[in-house]
Design a protein around this ligand. Sequence first.
Ligand SMILES: [Zn+2]
Length: 430
Amino acid sequence: MSKILIRGARILGGEPRDVLIDGETIAAVGSGLSDRDVATTVEADGEMVLLPGLVDLHTHLREPGREDSETVLTGTRAAAVGGYTAVHAMANTFPVADSAGVVEQVWRLGRESGYCDVQPVGAVTVGLGGKQLAELGAMADSAAQVRVFSDDGRCVDDAVIMRRALEYVKAFDGVVAQHAQEPRLTEGAQMNEGVVSGELGLTGWPAVAEESIIARDVLLAAHVGSRVHICHLSTAGSVEIVRWAKSKGWDVTAEVTPHHLLLTDELVRTYDPVYKVNPPLRTEADVLALREALADGTIDCVATDHAPHPREDKDCEWVAAAMGMVGLETALSVVQHTMVDTGLLDWAGVADRMSARPAVIGRLAGHGRPIAAGEPANLVLLHPAYRGTVNPAGFASRSRNTPYAGRELPGKVFATFLRGHATVLDGKLT
Ligand SMILES: [Zn+2]
């Protein structure tokens, strides 16, 4: 493999430095590095910011079974465009990733795609049915070495099943990632329960449906001495529970999506199903609490919940539309807009919340590492001064259900390197 020299990059937003990549590894970091034997020189002009490649704990790649909305190939291409070098592929596929065979299939497809590392998430229960524990140990021991288990899309609402899962994953240092949604409290729910749902006459989704499950699960995790991760926190109350659990020293982590950092339930007044998502968009007060919690570390990381849907599942009336939005290609821009440009996080903080911490939670080796000689060359180079309008027609994802179409967002990924190979260069897939 040939050498690549990145010249004048602001590592984690600091002073410009040169970074020499040799093969799969960062060979040197310094000033005025020689370009001898260098095949490609990337000019960062003292302006672009270099971060460790992003890691997503929560991606729906849809393969196997819903290749009309996304495949491992198109999803990992979208990830690379967004600056990601690793994604965790959620288990709610067809068939469900609840056995060693299916997780190995997804893992193998990821290796063949080559655009980013794919770490399969295993289902907690057979068929996401919530009744019978899946073969967690077999998935952990498989070639995919699953460490994150989730029934995402559904809540593990049975407390006994949740307790058993938390006990079981301790044997292999796993974590249960909970989609916190009390099912009875959200039957037929269409949007956040509040002023707007009352005015629109849509069935509300109360904050307590999320918060009651989180409260139960942090208590269960503490009781059995295990590790729980809370998916897509969306309310100010959820933040308070996680903050309390962490103050007790319990092994609790949490994620927030980019859309919950920016969008509110006021958008539902448009009745545009592009804003229909699970958990639902909440209020301005919730958005501000989530930003504060991400800034102070109560929320560990940003996860996209990239949820591609084909046009026919979204271009319909609100009540019939599928829930979810794509997120991989816009996540970094939304985080820059909501967290960096507001002064809540610096770029080192972004590297921590979008790369280092999710890699640790997922026990993913080789990602989220410092940018230093000897480390794997998993990197993203971004242009923070860039201003552009989101154009879904140009997405690498197979789906287009973004809530940001036509919206101006800051920043652009200029290059992504996966173990020294440029998957994106000059803003384009290679
Ligand atoms: Zn979910």
